[in-house]
Design a protein. Structure first.
Length: 215
C-alpha cells in the first residue's frame, strides 16, 4: 500500500488557478522600496504558467535573503514573462512616492513583453492601464503571481542597494537598504544626505545640511 501523502498545494497557487478559469494569463505586480529614505522604488510584473508550484514562494518580507535569491532564479527560469520597472530618487522627489510606484509598475508591464488578461496588484490601482485589474491589500499573501513579483522586485532593489553601498559606504546601505534605522539616521545627520536620498521625505528634509559628504 502506498502511504506517501499527497503534497498539499499552497493556497496562493490555488487562488491563481481559480482566477485562470476565467482569465488564463495573470500578471502579478508588486513593488519594493516605497518606505525607505534612500534609493529607488522597484516594481516587478510576473506571469506564471498554469499548474506551476514553486516551493517556498511567499511574500518577500517573510523570506530570508538566501531564500529570496533561490526563489528569484526559480521564478526567472519558469515564468512566462518577467518585467521590471525602476524609478529613482530624483523622480520620487518630483512626482511623489505613490505616483512613482505607479510609474514603476507601468514600466514593469511594458517590460513584460506580453499582454496579460488580468492584473493582480498589491494594494495599488492603475486606472491609466487598459487591462482588467484587481487590487488586493496584502496581495502577496493571497496570490502566487503577486508573491512572485514581490520576490523579483525585492531582489532587484537589494542588489541595487549593495551597489550603492560601494558608492556611498558611509551610510551602510547594504545593511539597512535605505530604511530609516537608527544607524541610517545617525549617518544622515552626521554626513548629510547623499545623491540617492529622497530629499522630499520629511526625515531627510528636516536635516538642515545642504550637501552630502565628499565621497
Amino acid at each position: 500500500m502506498n502511504t506517501t501523502a499527497k503534497k498539499e498545494v499552497p493556497q496562493i497557487f490555488l487562488h491563481d488557478e481559480q482566477v485562470r478559469l476565467k482569465h488564463p494569463v495573470i500578471a502579478g505586480l508588486d513593488e519594493a522600496g516605497r518606505g525607505p529614505l534612500a534609493g529607488p522604488v522597484v516594481a516587478a510584473a510576473v506571469i506564471l504558467p498554469t499548474r506551476l508550484i514553486i516551493d517556498g514562494l511567499r511574500d518577500s518580507k517573510k523570506t530570508t535573503e538566501k531564500s529570496r535569491k533561490k526563489l528569484f532564479w526559480e521564478i526567472a527560469k519558469n515564468a512566462m514573462g518577467v518585467g521590471v520597472g525602476i524609478v529613482h530618487a530624483d523622480v520620487i522627489d518630483r512626482i511623489n512616492i505613490l505616483q512613482s510606484t505607479k510609474l514603476a509598475m507601468k514600466t514593469a508591464l511594458e517590460d513584460l513583453g506580453m499582454s496579460p488578461d488580468i492584473l493582480y496588484i498589491d494594494a495599488v490601482k492603475l486606472p491609466e492601464v487598459n487591462i482588467r485589474q484587481c487590487s488586493i491589500f496584502k496581495g502577496e499573501s493571497i496570490s502566487a503571481s503577486i508573491a512572485a513579483a514581490s520576490i523579483i522586485a525585492k531582489v532587484v532593489r537589494d542588489e541595487m542597494m549593495f551597489d550603492y553601498h560601494e558608492m556611498y559606504p558611509l551610510y551602510n546601505f547594504k545593511g539597512h537598504k535605505g530604511y530609516s534605522t537608527k544607524e541610517h539616521m545617525e549617518a544622515v545627520i552626521k554626513y548629510g544626505p547623499c545623491p540617492i536620498h529622497r530629499k522630499s521625505f520629511r526625515r531627510v528634509k528636516d536635516i538642515q545640511l545642504p550637501f552630502g559628504p565628499e565621497l
